[in-house]
Design a protein around this ligand. Structure first.
Ligand code: G4P
Ligand code: NA
Ligand code: NA
Length: 189
């Protein structure tokens, strides 16, 4: 997505050699018009897959997942984060480490909103090591739902997340691929 790459160059801040801050468009402030364009693009890419539900993880995936779900005309569900795992028969739960926060959290989805009849499109904002993504994929497996693929706004190709998910046979589509963050500059693939 050219417009996205342009905005990343204009407003992205290289925080460290492996973290790109996108607070101006995605992770703090949100640009609704740009987010709607992302939703349209993911909807175009997965339109033929008969998606019944768009799934993401709170918080930063929500805006893009919402835009995608609106375009596809299906509900959006976001996995909630919990500080501690409470054994709840009514929810699917998985424990995941967080790359940026350096902590472990539990993510959960109610059994009411994810079932074996669902064809799920997974959406996320930035993929790094893919721990969060693999956690939510395990929840989809627990539910017996069908994962049609994953849409990611920014894929950092120098980290293994998206690659390992593709190696599981899952289709991953990224709107921007970043090959490196070098000396304060952003290198697209
Ligand atoms: P993931 O690749 O599956 O997302 O899992 P990983 O454990 O690698 O990343 C965990 C969190 O770190 C995610 O946010 C992810 O979006 C964020 N993250 C990874 N790399 C970057 C980066 O370069 N820049 C920014 N801004 N974020 C990054 P999260 O914990 O789900 O938090 P939230 O933003 O959704 O609240
Ligand atoms: Na994030
Ligand atoms: Na995220």
């Amino acid at each position: 997505m050219e417009i996205l790459k342009q905005r990343i160059l204009e407003e992205g801040v290289v925080h460290t050699h492996d973290v790109l801050k996108l607070d101006a468009i995605l992770n703090h402030q949100v640009d609704p018009q740009l987010i709607m364009e992302m939703g349209k693009q993911f909807a175009r890419l997965f339109r033929e897959q008969n998606v019944t539900k768009v799934l993401t993880i709170e918080s930063s995936g929500i805006s893009v997942a919402f835009a995608t779900a609106l375009e596809l005309g299906v509900p959006m569900v976001f996995a909630r984060r919990k500080k501690t795992l409470t054994t709840d028969a009514e929810t699917f739960c998985e424990r995941v480490p967080s790359f940026t926060k350096g902590i472990v959290t539990d993510i959960m989805v109610s059994k009411k909103y994810l079932t074996a009849n669902d064809r799920v499109l997974l959406i996320d904002d930035i993929i790094a090591n893919g721990d969060a993504a693999r956690g939510i994929i395990r929840i989809i497996e627990q539910a017996g739902a069908h994962l049609v693929g994953m849409g990611v706004v920014v894929e950092k190709t120098f980290q293994a997340g998206a690659r390992t998910i593709r190696e599981q046979g899952i289709r991953v589509e990224s709107l921007a691929k970043i090959a490196a963050l070098q000396n304060g500059s952003i290198i697209f693939e």
